[in-house]
Design a binder for this molecule. Sequence first.
Ligand code: ADP
Length: 169
Amino acid sequence: MTTIRLVQGDITQQSADAIVNAANSSLYGGGGVDGAIHRGGGPAILEACRALRASHYGKGLPTGQAVATTAGDLDATWVIHTVGPVWSSTEDRSEQLASCYRESLRVADELGARTVAFPAISTGVFRWPMDDAARIAVETVRNTPTAVEEVRFVLFDDRAYEAFVRQLG
Ligand code: ADP
């Protein structure tokens, strides 16, 4: 049974087995969560991402997939990088967003992670409407079989936190 917890704050301040990064497909860092994770975790994460680009992910990490690296100086063992879809009003990309949560949990299971912290993937630079993103996040975690004991959604501001509270009911 997976427990879902909600906290408001900065994901880089969390202690967990794995911290999920809302990465971009280059794996070379970016704004929002991605920038904060690379700043907080230090150069070891970027170095591991470069190694991934030089091996299995020559073209970058495709949307909806997930891959783990060291967490560097963060208070976690792993960072799981996943690339959310950019919001589109003309195309339904919900399945790709759900896939980010499913694939991250699959990677967490492979690693043996028991506590996993997630940000609200795609709701920043990628502009996904918060309520819909929260619904997809919570539904997908609830419907994904996993040995992860605690999924912690770490929401940056009141608006995100309240959207997730509404979904959790
Ligand atoms: P994406 O490109 O997937 O939209 P972003 O990192 O731009 O990813 O934003 C995803 C969500 O994470 C947004 O709701 C944003 O407000 C939030 N966010 C930004 N920085 C942090 C942080 N340090 N910890 C937790 N959440 C954050």
